[in-house]
Structures are given as C-alpha cells and as structure tokens.
Design a protein around this ligand. Structure first.
Ligand code: WTA
Length: 647
C-alpha cells in the first residue's frame, strides 16, 4: 500500500463538476456578495414565492435571531417529487435492498413514490393531522420510512423520526417532549436476520407517562408477524392508505416553518429536539449533496445511514430526492449474511457513490481484503465518510482496497445541528489527506478558539466554532429556545460552538479530533454520558455512576462506566449483567456499556465535582497522563481505581 500523504485532486478533476478555481470563486463570492451567493443557492428549489429577504442573522444574545429566506414559500415534498415528474417521472428514485438478499428488490420511480406519498398524506389529513402537528416515525429502513417523512412534509406536519434501535423509554421520552398526535411504525424490523419488535415497543412506550397526546398508531405490515392491535388507536397502514387518491394538494409552507424535529444527545440532561425549518434546510441539503458528491444525472447513490439519524434525513431523503437522484436504501447490516454484503449490493445495483461511517470501514477492514476483492466494484467512482474521525489507516484501506485507488474519499464533517455537510473535500477541487475533512464549503466560516475564546490563527489546535450562519443551521431546541442559546452560543459569545476539538495544519486543512464535551461517539452515534449515568443510577443497587468514552478499535469510542453501589450491595457478575441490561432496556442496545468498573469511590474535587478527565485516563489505562491529582478531595481514590480496573 502506498504511504501517500496527499492525494492530488488532479486525477479526478477532468471529470468533476467543479474544479479548484471554481471552488475558490464560490468561496470568494460568498464573502463579497453574500446575498447574491445565498439567493443563488435558493434557485435550486421550486418556490411558490421566491424569497426576497435572504438572510437575517444575529448571534448577539441581546438580539438573537437566525432566519433564512424568510418570506419564501415552498413545500419540501413538492421539491423532492412533483417537480421531477415531467422530465424524470419514470426515473427510479428508490432501489430498496431488503435485509435478506434473497427477498425481492423493490424499485420505485419518482411517479410511484409521489403517488405513495400523496396517498399517505391524504390518509394523515383524514386522521386529523394538519400543519404544525407532530408525527413520530419509528420504522425500519424500508420505503415506507421515506414515504412517511415526505407525507408529513406534504401536509406541513412536523416529523420526528426515532431510530428503530431505541428502547420504549426513549421512544416515550421523544413522543412526550414534542406531544406527537400520531405514530407510524411497523409490526417488526429486520436487521441481520434478527427481528426488532417495533410495534411491541410502541405499545410499551405508550403505557409510559406523558404519551397521552398520541391518538393514532399506523402499523406497516412488514414481516407479517402477528402483533396485538388496540382498537380504535391502532390502524393498519395499508388499510388506511390503500384507496386514497394518489394526488394531494401540498401545504404551502413558509421557509421558516418547521420541517422536522430530530432528537440528539448533548452533554447534559435529556436529548434535545433539534428543530430544522423548511427553506434553509432543504437548500443546504440539496446544495451540499450535489456539490460534495459531484452528483451527475446517471449516478446511483447509496448512503448507508439509517433514517433515524440526521445523515439519513439529509442524504437519504431530502438531499438526494430534491436532486432527482437514483439511490439505494438498505435495510440490512454490513456483515449479514457475510462481510461482502456492502460490495455485493454495490455490484448488484451498480452504485457509483457510496457513503458510510468509519466504524463500518474499520469492522470490514478487520476481515481482510478477500471479501472485498471477491466483488467487482467497478461502478464506484466516489466514496464518502461521516459521523466520526476516520483514522488514516482505515482511510487508506477504504481508498486502496475498496476504491482501488480510483475513487476520491470525501470525509464530511457536520452535525445534527448543522443540517448538512460544512467541512469536506470537494472531489476534483481539493487535495485529499487521509484523516482530514480538509476545507469548509463555500460560505462556511470555521475558526479555532482556545479555552478563553481567543481566535487562533494559522496552524493551531483548539475548539471548533463557526463565525457565521448558513441556511441549514438548526433554529431552536424544540420547546426550549433558551437551551438552544445556552448550549451553542454562550460558551463563546458571538460564535456557534460545535462541541468538537480540531486542529488546523499549515496548509489550512481541518482535522477534527473528536468531542470536547461529555458526548461519546459510539460507532458514529452520539450518546450523552448523563443519559447512561441516569439509566445506571435508576437501578436500586447503584448509589452513583460516572460514564466516560474510551478509545475502541472498531467503534471509535466505547462506553466505560464507573459504578458505586449502595452500602451492603455485592459487586457480583450477576449485578454487572443486570446493569448492562438496564441500560439497554432504558436507552437501547446502542448505549450498551463496554466496561463496568466497580468504584468504591469516585475522584471528586473538594466542591464535589467528579473529575472526568481523570476517569478517562484510568479507563485508557494511562496512569502516566493523570496530571495533577492534588486538587482531589481524596487523591487515594485514584490508586484504588487503577488497581481495580477489570481485566
Ligand atoms: C462527529 C453526524 C470527525 C463530530 C453527521 C460531530 C465527525 C458529531 C465527522 C456529530 C467527521 C461527524 N470527522 N468527526 N467527518 N462527522 N463527526 O450529530 O464529533 O450524529 O460533532 O451528526 O460527529 O454527530 P451527529
């Protein structure tokens, strides 16, 4: 394998949509003529009324506002469907690849997808769902998931998609927080041959407090499993939807009307309902999808993310469909029935652009080159990475083995909060560096600050902030605008704080180093330490818990929990397993602790604050990096914990 540090853009440039010069021109225009630049991006969409007020933003806390295209009027589903019908109605929009490779593949054209969305939208209206009402979607990666999101968008209802891996308590919390009127789920999900009891989870969630707002549960028949239906609340999706007219008058939405809520973990308390609005979000999803993936009409795009995450929202649903692109949606997992599965799907559907997470790359890399080489992959021309830092070794394997040195990798940095990609190479315009997200997209103004908020110039390492807004920026935390401001705009006045650490090299390229707050990134999924801690202390045997992230070879970070028991409880293997089960039951399998260490006491300052920095170093087994422990109320705690590490 070549140990190249830099992969020249030139090799791809001849075929690319934009070259380096054009990229630089776009960046310059965004600075010199911002209104012209941002209005130009809005022209990608169909508007009932094109906006004249392009941007109105102030990060000043006394006069805080973020508004984009605010007098524009549009409908997101019309942009993703109707406007393609005349020219491209028979083009395939979705290629559905089921979990079982022997089950039939489904292909839906734009016309068929449009009809299905309209039928559901009509059904939702008949069930009394209207503009501004919240709808929770808890579905597997099946076409109905896309249909459900777009049907909400069509009638102006606000969708809140909850990842199918979340447990009933998490589903209930998310329903209660936004007061959903209706839930769309399936009998079961399928992942790697395992059945996920989605309907049963919804039943359990709706028994929990705070969920009384739900009037109707629509149930998609997916595996055909027998599930109890509670009348009149529960209705079969097909019974309600079949027979509805296949056209539906779209709601005319203001650009700043909410499009969706998506819950994500922060460093404190319960998950936040990140709210995105219609106009700016859709402009940004569409623009970045076309720009970063060098999109061409004949491409077959495949983003492996679940629609339960922001990547699935922006680069499975809104970006690709707004751009009229053909894409694969995949219900399964990379290692079922075997570890060639991804590449078999690439060959089967002639995928040209493939977008996945580093954790999947690292897991497959461990299986060696043979399962990759057993497939052809000649259709691939571009690869992407998202969700966590990609280590250079995994980057090189992805580049050399999967892409055979032919496909640029776009390492895309962004967040649920940003709505779309902000820092990424642009194929043909940017030289690639393994492990670096490289450059900001045109119009994006990243900067590094030190702990006091002083801007760092040139080559530097610090906290990543954004100095100005972009259309896809979240607008609020649902129901708690103050929390939005406190979380993102108070740490460094006048700037949006990302929560990430970052290094900028001498060439001006950005290298994200990971979260600097109490968020753990496990396989690209954000998990708040506070959430895991509260699930642990909910167990009667637990007095106190502290959770930190620890480096993990495949998952990026693992979950390491320190648990102090109440007096008289025994530190048994049985209890350890019960605690793991408790977390899985309350949050979901993605939050499963990798390690539980019994902690007779936790390292605290004299004012009682837990010193997580020290707990991280103990978890990493790096006693030499403990630093100053003299400020601890009882420094001997550290030795006890070092000795007590589980083997
Ligand atoms: C991390 C996912 C390094 C980062 C789109 C961010 C990354 C968090 C990258 C957001 C990348 C995402 N390189 N780190 N290319 N992309 N991250 O909200 O820590 O699920 O803050 O959005 O993932 O995770 P979220």
């Amino acid at each position: 394998m070549h140990q190249r540090d830099r992969v020249e853009a030139a090799t791809f440039a001849a075929k690319a949509n934009i070259n380096r010069e054009q990229y630089e021109q776009l960046c310059a225009q965004a600075v010199q003529d911002p209104d012209g630049f941002w209005a130009g991006l809005a022209q990608r969409l169909h508007w009932y009324r094109f906006p004249t007020r392009i941007r109105d933003v102030s990060y000043d806390l006394r006069d805080f506002r973020i508004r984009w295209y605010e007098d524009g009027v549009l409908n997101a589903s019309v942009n993703c469907l109707d406007r393609h019908l005349d020219s491209n109605g028979d083009k395939v929009a979705l290629i559905f690849e089921p979990d079982d490779p022997d089950a039939p593949v489904q292909k839906l054209t734009y016309r068929e997808l449009h009809a299905r969305v309209c039928r559901l939208a009509n059904a939702l209206r008949n069930l009394g769902v209207g503009k501004g009402d919240r709808v929770t979607i808890y579905l597997p990666m099946i076409p109905e998931a896309v249909v459900a999101m777009l049907a909400c968008a069509r009638i102006g209802a606000v969708h809140s998609v909850v990842f199918g891996g979340f447990a009933p308590q998490s589903v209930a919390d998310r329903i209660a927080d936004c007061g959903s009127k209706l839930v769309i789920t399936a009998d079961e999900g399928l992942r790697g041959g395992r059945r996920i009891p989605l309907k049963a989870n919804v039943d359990a969630a709706l028994k929990l407090p705070g969920t009384h707002s739900v009037e109707t549960v629509l149930v998609v028949r997916h595996t055909g499993a027998a599930v109890p239906m509670q009348m009149p609340r529960d209705r079969w999706f097909d019974a309600v939807v079949d027979g509805q007219p296949d056209s539906c008058e779209p709601a005319q939405m203001n650009a700043e009307d909410p499009l969706f809520i998506l819950y994500t973990s922060g460093s404190t308390g319960k998950p936040k309902g990140v709210l995105h609005t219609t106009g700016g979000y859709l402009v940004w999803a569409s623009y970045t999808h076309a720009l970063v993936f060098d999109l061409k009409p004949e491409d077959v795009f495949w983003c492996t993310a679940d629609i339960g995450w922001i990547t699935g929202h922006s680069y499975v649903v809104y970006g690709p469909l707004a751009n009229g692109c053909t894409q694969v949606i995949f219900e399964g997992v990379p290692n079922h029935p075997d570890v060639s599965r991804f590449w078999q799907v690439v060959d089967r559907h002639q995928v040209s652009i493939f977008y996945t997470a580093p954790t999947a790359i690292r897991a497959l890399m461990r299986e060696g080159d043979a399962p990759v080489r057993a497939t052809s992959r000649t259709s691939l021309r571009l690869l992407g990475s998202v969700g966590e830092p990609i280590n250079p070794e995994a980057w090189r394997w992805y580049f050399e083995v999967v892409g055979e040195g032919r496909c640029p990798i776009v390492d895309t940095w962004w967040q649920t909060e940003t709505g779309g990609i902000l820092i990424s190479p642009i194929p043909g315009a940017t030289d690639l560096k393994p492990g670096s997200a490289t450059r900001p997209l045109p119009g994006i103004r990243p900067a590094l600050v030190d702990a006091t908020g002083t801007l760092l110039e040139g080559e530097a390492e610090g906290n990543l902030v954004l100095l100005d807004s972009w259309p896809g920026q979240m607008r609020t935390v649902y129901g708690d605008h103050q929390r939005f401001i406190d979380t993102y705009f108070k740490t460094y006045p006048g700037m949006y704080f990302t929560g990430d650490g970052c290094r900028r090299d001498a060439d001006g390229d950005y290298w994200i180093t990971g979260r600097v707050d109490d968020v753990i990134n496990v396989s690209g999924h954000r998990i708040g330490t506070a959430e895991v801690e509260s699930a642990l202390v909910a167990h009667p045997a637990v007095a106190e818990a502290a959770v930190v992230g620890v480096p993990h070879p495949v998952k990026g970070q693992g979950i390491y929990a320190y648990v102090t028991l109440v007096a008289g409880e025994q530190e048994t293997e049985e209890l350890r397993q019960a605690l793991v089960a408790q977390v899985r039951q309350m949050i979901g399998p993605i939050a499963t602790p990798d390690v539980i260490q019994w902690a007779p006491a936790l390292p605290k300052t004299r004012s009682g604050k837990i010193m997580r920095r020290i707990l991280r170093k103990i978890a990493e087994d790096a006693p030499e990096q403990l630093g100053d422990t003299s400020t601890l109320a009882d420094p001997s705690v550290v030795d006890a914990l070092l000795r007590g590490r589980p083997r």
